[in-house]
Design a protein around this ligand. Structure first.
Ligand code: PMP
Length: 344
């Protein structure tokens, strides 16, 4: 009975949890640097905004207009061009629902975030995997593609795409270009401006820099007509009032977010240098670092049993010997470095 497309769909494998590792190895202290979460958490204004929330029995609004207005102000595009979803994952799913027919070409540069491939397979798309250069910038595109994905900064490699190259892609392809800027706040080199093009959709999230991963709230900038159609495919009430209130409060405290980002970016440089002693480390514009180790399985295992969870990328298409390490707080990063010193 199950659609045959699903037989081709790989399961999404998340980073291991702290509880799991504590139990497996009987450890008391475990540091998770595997899911690109923000170690500083949400702004105190978020806690304040939710403190008196009681309306658990009431449906959320269908269209959180105030939040869309605040996002519009934040990204510098009109409110009519802003849509929201249950995480950027939810936004992505809606975008696939809008555009991808069975047999359409979906172009995905690899390595990248695995959920694009999962969605493309669910929708029965023909996937064209695009090559990257040595520095992981996308090296080609396919004019025929109905949907081209550009992830910048790219998960898991941390690099940004060249603005002029992406503009060329946007101007050359027949279809839509989805620019995933989940990690936009960690870089100055953004592609957001390209949302001015009618065939471009820029996706963002509150999960990373704003520290709201658990509340599942993301958004996208797209042309007004698309935004109207988006409302048809978006499941009703997919974002809770709690998430809406939290996101608004987070936008009320950009200063808090900027401070967290600044600390993470400073730690990113320190960690990049320190990890160079053990691995080939690539420069990053996100809140994680991509490293290559000949014996990546062994390294991940040895770290795990010392209480450090990193992301072994062996299931990521197009990755060889790669490990992704989220930048944590200074003491978490020191814990990682101490473990590495012991292992090596
Ligand atoms: N895009 C990229 C590149 C990501 O790394 C993530 C989070 N892992 C997402 C989208 C989804 O983010 P969320 O659904 O939490 O907003």
């Amino acid at each position: 009975m199950i659609r045959k497309e699903l037989s081709e769909v790989p399961e999404y494998v998340p980073g291991k949890s702290v509880e799991e590792i504590k139990r497996t190895y009987g450890l008391e202290k475990v540091v998770k640097l595997a899911s690109n979460e923000n170690p500083y958490g949400a702004s105190p204004k978020v806690f304040e905004a939710l403190k008196n929330f009681r309306d658990f029995h009431v449906y959320p609004p269908k269209d959180p207009i105030e939040l869309r207005e605040r996002i519009a102000e934040y990204v510098g595009f009109p409110e009519k061009m802003i849509v929201v979803g249950a995480g950027l994952d939810g936004v992505l799913e809606n975008v696939f629902k809008m555009f991808v027919n069975k047999g359409d070409v979906v172009a995905i540069p690899i390595p990248t975030f695995p959920y694009y491939e999962i969605l493309a397979k669910i929708y029965g798309a023909k996937i064209k995997f695009l090559r990257r250069k040595e520095n992981f910038e996308t090296a080609e595109f396919d004019e025929r593609a109905k949907l081209t994905i550009i992830c910048s900064p790219n998960n898991p490699t941390g690099n940004v795409e060249n603005f002029e190259f992406v503009r060329e892609v946007v101007e050359s392809v027949k279809g839509i270009v989805f620019i995933d800027e989940a990690y936009a706040e960690f870089t100055e080199k953004r592609l957001t401006k390209l949302a001015e093009y009618e065939n471009v959709i820029v996706g963002r999230t509150f999960s990373k820099a704003f520290g709201l991963a658990n509340l599942r709230i993301g958004y996208a900038i797209m042309n007004e007509n698309f935004a109207r159609e988006y409302m048809k495919v978006c499941p009703p009430f997919s974002i809770s009032t709690i998430a809406i209130l939290a996101a608004i409060a987070a936008l009320d405290d950009i200063e808090y977010m900027n401070k967290a980002v600044k600390k993470i970016v400073a730690e990113r440089s320190r960690l990049e240098k320190a990890l160079g002693k053990y691995f080939r480390v690539y420069p990053s514009e996100a809140n994680f670092l991509y490293v290559e180790a000949e014996n990546s399985d062994e390294v991940c295992y040895e770290l795990e049993r010392r209480g450090v969870i990193v992301r072994n990328l062996k299931n990521f298409r197009g990755v060889k010997n790669g490990i992704r390490i989220t930048v944590g707080k200074p003491e978490e990063n020191n814990f990682l470095l101490k473990a590495l010193e012991e292992i090596f």
